[in-house]
Design a binder for this molecule. Sequence first.
Ligand SMILES: O=P(O)(O)OC[C@H]1O[C@](O)(CO)[C@@H](O)[C@@H]1O
Length: 396
Amino acid sequence: MSQPTPPRADHPPVVVGNAVGSFAWGVLHDRHPALVERVRQATAYPAEQQHALDALLREIAEGGVIEPLNDTEPGAAQWRLWAKDHIGRCWADVPFLWAESYFYRKLLAALGYFAPGPWQGIDPFAPFKRAELMGTTVDSELAVLDEIPRLPAPQQDTTLLHASLWGNRADLGFQLSTGDSGLGERVTGLVVDDTAALWDLLADRPPGKVCLVADNAGPELLPDLVLADHLLTTDRASSVSLHIKPYPYYVSDATTSDVLDCLARMSAASGRAAEIGKRLRQAVTGGRLVLRTYPFACAPFPYEDMPDEIREEFASATLTVMKGDLNYRRLVGDRHWPATTPFSAGTAYFPGPVAALRTLKSDVITGLAPHTLTELEATGNAWRTSGTHALVQVRT
Ligand SMILES: O=P(O)(O)OC[C@H]1O[C@](O)(CO)[C@@H](O)[C@@H]1O
């Protein structure tokens, strides 16, 4: 893929961050500078990286304009093309999806992530990811797996699917905004619940490949992996293609190292968690759990612009499961859709059956029933962005 598709006149406008007080504005204005400081505190970077972080902070500050990526960076030529309409403009005036993605790429450039030398390949978010994965909350979540076989089969399906869904609250970028007070209480009734349709879809077809497009590492990736194991062991899938990021992205997004850390964490636990960890390791070595790191996973565009290799991958799957908020924004397009727009309209271009498992952490939403929208609006709460609500949506 070299260029995004041209603007769609039949779609609503894309989200930009220039409305003061909007969610997108808050991310650019508050969350990104806070993240730079967190990264600086977490790792003892030397002077060169510190100066580069200072420069990035100046660039993203109020009134700062988007500057090109250094020519020596891998992918610089591609980014120059992608950025040609945006260089020299304010961060808040370009598509929000593009601006966020470019910010993460520039952060890695500042830290010398790709440059040969001692800092090459050092994940700036690893200290946060590691702390979460090693936490005691994960111990209890893994221990609960011992209870699952006691449940009736349909309840096992729902429990494991919803564990993967709610795992999406474990997002370190999001927690930068919610602060020490943590996340709000989750609202257990889903705003859209196509759970039954998802299992029906898998039941109606012979077991094939399921693509699981992962989101965050640690406490989200663990239940995703458990779900992958469940799909394989119950013959809902002959293989699972786990899409992860080729390099660190959106704070806690999962990379290959994060998958390996999760497998090690499970294998080192006791009881059923250890059994699942062992089975998943065998699934990786035996080719039933395949890791995929497409460069497009970190591209600043919606899935509608996906290159042929990913289109073919999704087209050949029985089902693609998109995890998380960012994947949702990329799936339907980061646009001001009326909330009652059918999910099938936003995903009409998608080359096969697709499901979204997402907690709501940004303004974009489709597929709400009119009465649900009325009820949510009547609460007066920030239901679109607070991470307290969730959905399962399916397009067959
Ligand atoms: O990890 P997720 O669920 O993709 O969420 C990413 C988060 O980052 C955002 O893109 C904003 O930075 C929100 O959409 C969301 O809160």
